[in-house]
Design a protein around this ligand. Sequence first.
Ligand code: ADP
Length: 467
Amino acid sequence: RRKWKRVVGVLKELEESCETTVGRLKQVVDAMAVEMHAGLASEGGSKLKMLLTFVDSLPSGSEKGIFYALDLGGTNFRVLRVELGGQRSDLDPDVEQQPIPEQLMTGRSEDLFDFIASSLYQFVEKNDSVQSPITKLLGFTFSFPVKQTSVSSGVLIKWTKGFAIRDMAEKEVAGALQQALTRKGLNMRVSVLVNDTVGTLALGHYHDADTVAAVIIGTGTNACYWERTDAIIKCQGLLTTSGGMVVNMEWGNFWSSHLPRTSYDVKLDAESPNPNDQGFEKMISGMYLGDIVRRVILRMSEESDVFGPVSSRLYVPFTLRTPLMAAMHEDDSPELTQVARILKDFLDIPDIPLKARKLVVKICDVVTRRAARLAAAGIVGILKKIGRDGSGGITGGRSRSDIKMRRTAVAVEGSLYTQYTMFREYLHEALNEILGEDIARHVVIIVTEDGSGTGAALLAASHSSEN
Ligand code: ADP
């Protein structure tokens, strides 16, 4: 009995340190808006990089023609072709995906880009004439940190995700691809170079012109949004026809003392390959949620015998992946048979009482609820920065409910939102709580699919006359 009491104590402590009251969330909202401002004010002014994208117009739906995209950002790369008819239509892109041979991820940049150019050549050959004198336009999604110099050029800041091609440092990314296309004799021009969130925003805007921001919550998390150029103080004299530009926040690196942090977060961060980096991401995204749960179970197991003898598997980082955590969380069988199976198969914890299985579900709930609510606060932070949270613009003594709140759409992608029902529901619930229902009614979340690819092709289309 004493043992069980201890476990309950650990759970209580977890719940308290994960507390996300509306008051706390509003502090996070404010902190996000303030950091955005600081990141726009000066280079290095905030943990938020607030990178310029030079994307100064978003697809409207009137685009016409055939456009290509190349999506490079992980172990696979994808090539894609889309035909646009000029009326906001159902997009039905042709997509092909291919793994990147491992030796190319750490070799010479020419070899990597030649390989990609060959795949593109074969892909184009299937659908169009490669010999055609008309230059084909390509949107290039490159999901690594890039310092952009124009909408179609930028320099790699650093490789991540297992890539380590030394001769790319400081090299212009789109140019490297363009040279490979030319070597291959493919009449194709890299007309935009974008980050995956920017693609998502473009696709969202194509479908719904009220879309002002995009958020990805998958393995990692990031967001971008439409900003007025005069608010981008660090780039004086920045002029665009539209008066605005998409800003890539790199919000995974957001940090604030108002974030509810636990001892598990501290350890996870310290033991990670990038300590003190990506603090927001480490509380929210799919790469980490399962591992936070593993750490809590480990601590409970060490302090009591409710999970039997301490399983050695509990010491192995990332043994409990987030999809498994979600499956346990959403187990609605009366005996929690999924929970029992996953604990047994993946953590070597067999035959624990129902009471202990319920405890595991509760841990998953606490961790996911915090993640989803923080993501919601981040979204409202963006809305606040651009005056779409219903708090601004009170004139002539009108009451808050009189403010005409414009319909505002946010495009969201990533498995946490699309595949994890509890995460999605907690996020929506928090949006309602923070904004209040009157305002929240005007904020719509739209789910886009494959924005990183399709969106890049759309941007190639909408920027085709510019360069
Ligand atoms: P990307 O790697 O491009 O971000 P996704 O958006 O599919 O791709 O996100 C993958 C991440 O989402 C993985 O980290 C995985 O742990 C998590 N994930 C995948 N499916 C689920 C699910 N059903 N429930 C919860 N998390 C999931």
